[in-house]
Write a new protein. Sequence first.
Length: 483
Amino acid sequence: MSEGSVQHQQPAVPVLEEQRLDEFLGAVPERGQWRYRPRRVGMVWRSKAFRAGAVITVLALCGLFILALVREQTGTEGFLVGLGLAVLPVPLLMSAFRWLDRVEPGPWRNLLFAFFWGACAAALVAILANSFATRWIATATADPGSADTLGATVIAPVVEESAKATAVLLIFLFRRREFGGVVDGIVVAGFTATGFAFTENILYLGNAFGEDQELGTTGFASVTAGTFFVRVVMSPFAHPLFTVLSGIGLGMAALGGRRHRIRRITLPLLGLVLAMGLHALWNGSSALGPYGFYVVYGAFMVPCFALVTWLAIWSRQRELRTLSTELPVYAAAGWLAPAEPLALASMRARGMARDMARHWNSHPDRGRGRAAARTVAEYESFATSLAMLRRRARHDGAGPDFALREQELLHHLWHRRLVASPALTHAAHATGRVRVPRPPAPLPFPRQMPYGDAAVRQPPAPHRHYGGYNPYREDSGGAQGGR
């Protein structure tokens, strides 16, 4: 048998048997050795706390430095006005990108790192490098006007997109297990660019306010209002759109696996070049005449935004289809209930399962309900990771640690199944993911039914409300007894 055919063999699924269950779960590494958590190493510079502290310190110093530079250019009043206006689109952008990441949500530490990298480190590099390059070009050509134009259309796109893409590359390299595809690349790049645009908007809006103070203009005719309309209202997704192209390139490289080395290099470079090109076109639109901005906005920015939005939604649906394709083998082995893969492949069913678990466990203690909903969310996350792990193993070959990682994920699912499995099963029925036959019409007279194991219990009928069926009540035929 050739090496290629061995790599494409489907990974074996552990058979769930009562006599082998304890043996299988006992083979899971100890808690401190779980592969889905950073491993503790004795060296100080490799410890999680030291690295986190170093990153926070560097970003904090960059943030203080960039704020001092912006305040020096805009003044105190301009800085405060720019800060108040620039923060308005940030929650919208962050919510939009987080919404895309609902199937397999990335950890917030990665997203916050990306945001503050863009707002502090990338913005500082851009301001210093752009200022130095513009001054050098002006000195070399003795033409300040052409130096500004060349700096905006050539230097700024190269410097800014490279600085922003560095955050995506760092997460791709050092958080590889949490960066698995196009959606992850889009989300991380979007958070990075949102932070960069936030700092840049403070600078532009603060300078615009300073001009209005000198000219005495106010209201809708002011420079501040015009700058706010162009940068915050019409084009809040401009910087995220540029950097998302780099994120898509790295996301496609992540999907390529270890065997496609050329793709892992060329696709990120192609995405970075496209980001620089679109950024240069956007910055150079002012040189195309009085209507250049509107031409570029309508002919390039809007279609690119629509295409990237479609790609993001399609990639998310692809991840959901992966769940319905990969998880049935675990359901056949007994690790999941038969309806769970269908529920996990639906965002509506996943949300309903969390709500049902919260409702079923909230009486009399609401804290238990919140804990149950959190358990279901963790179950959904681990199941998604299991499906993605198996898909990568089938397409790129099972790695040497595949069995240990699979055991760890199944271990997490097994210890949360009593809460999550009934909620997901009921959500699959309630959302129509599982078609059940219509119950028979009631008989005119009561009929004696046996008790105990011989009793015939009908499956729960779908409900549009949370009353009725409760799997945690013994009289409803639920899973309290367990199996």
